[in-house]
Design a protein around this ligand. Structure first.
Ligand SMILES: NC(=O)c1ccc[n+]([C@@H]2O[C@H](COP(=O)([O-])OP(=O)(O)OC[C@H]3O[C@@H](n4cnc5c(N)ncnc54)[C@H](OP(=O)(O)O)[C@@H]3O)[C@@H](O)[C@H]2O)c1
Length: 307
């Protein structure tokens, strides 16, 4: 066989291999239930309780509802006792599971001893590190953030410290039992450097890297760690934006995201947000850095949240 024929065959094999891999990835995102099936008793086989930070409304509340529907009792942790109790009543009524509430402010430092006392005896199947805040609902440059000094501390405490501290409290029990799931809620904003969300985006990058490394460290102990990165979900944080092709209801997003739980240490949680993620990754960085992009993005968000 001539050398040129060998070269053509090798190039052909490489192309088939490359396209095949891409096609397989697309099929995996399109049909998660086929590629990453979860047995009926998957969640209850991991333990008895789900602990959800920021669980009284929005995405956290939806995780609580879904996980209780899968047979787990639930601990909801957030600030407002009224919202917590309403959510607990609804979940108990609709699923018949037990719901415990803990009122705590994750922007503060002194909350973890009492959280530890309340959850230390529980057989936790899944920790959902969901709580997260924006320094400003309307995207703005760092120095334009109102009360910046205070916001820096609050955002870091709430978005980062809460996640690391909750892992510190719950992971040892999981390791001892040889089972458990840690699900961290990040954001599509972490996928590329996203100006005007500087502080928020950077906290979410921390969350993703933390989860990747934690998964590598504890996979062999039977622990599953995943970060899920949504884009638009219609919640109070996003001014209850109208649901559309790219903006989910919290319930729809969470239902979809749980089907990707075994899809590796990172997921966008849905087909549509995976497409959006690929789109953002392919935008040249000079576009993201451009003032005109910042201005139109800000106007776009203002219009969406009705500000
Ligand atoms: N919505 C989206 O489009 C979107 C997109 C990407 C990522 N995310 C991420 O998803 C997560 C949940 O967001 P969401 O949209 O569901 O938010 P949300 O609707 O505003 O709900 C936030 C939850 O966190 C609690 N919370 C807020 N500040 C708290 C604090 N300092 N201490 C304790 N609890 C606190 C709230 O209850 P209290 O007010 O009673 O404390 C509520 O239960 C966040 O990490 C966010 O970054 C959201």
């Amino acid at each position: 066989m001539a050398l040129i024929e060998v070269v053509f065959i090798l190039v052909g094999v490489c192309c088939v291999f490359f396209c095949g891999r891409r096609l397989a990835r697309v099929l995996m995102v399109l049909f998660p239930k086929f590629w990453y099936p979860l047995p009926e008793n998957f969640f209850t086989s991991m333990g008895k309780w789900a602990v959800i930070t920021g669980g009284s409304e929005g995405i956290g509340r939806a995780y609580a509802q879904q996980l209780a529907g899968h047979g787990l009792n639930v601990v909801l942790i957030s600030r407002s006792r009224g919202k917590l109790e309403t959510a607990a009543q609804d979940i108990e009524l609709t699923t018949g599971r037990k719901v415990t509430v803990i009122s705590a402010d994750f922007t503060k430092d002194d909350i973890y001893t009492s959280i530890e006392e309340s959850i230390s005896s529980l057989d936790v199947a899944i920790l959902v590190n969901n709580v997260g805040i924006l320094p400003s609902q309307i995207p703005c440059k760092l120095l334009e953030t109102t009360n910046l000094e205070e916001k820096i501390l609050q955002v870091i405490n709430c978005n980062l410290k809460s996640m690391a501290k909750m892992c510190r409290l719950i992971l040892p029990g999981m390791v001892e039992r040889g089972r458990g799931i840690i699900l961290n809620v990040s954001s599509g904003m972490a996928i590329v450097p996203f100006p005007l969300y500087t502080l928020y985006g950077a906290t979410k990058v921390f969350i993703e890297r933390f989860a990747q490394c934690l998964q590598a460290e504890y996979k062999s102990k039977g622990i599953l760690v995943q970060t899920v990165s949504p884009f638009g979900v219609s919640t109070s944080m996003m001014g209850y934006q109208k649901e559309d092709l790219m903006t989910f209801s919290a319930e729809a997003f969470v239902k979809s995201s749980l089907t990707y739980l075994k899809a590796g240490d990172h997921s966008y949680g849905s087909v549509r947000h995976t497409i959006l993620g690929s789109f953002f990754q392919n935008i040249p960085t000079w576009v993201l850095r451009h003032e005109a992009f910042h201005q139109s993005f800000k106007e776009f968000v203002k219009k969406r949240v009705g500000a």
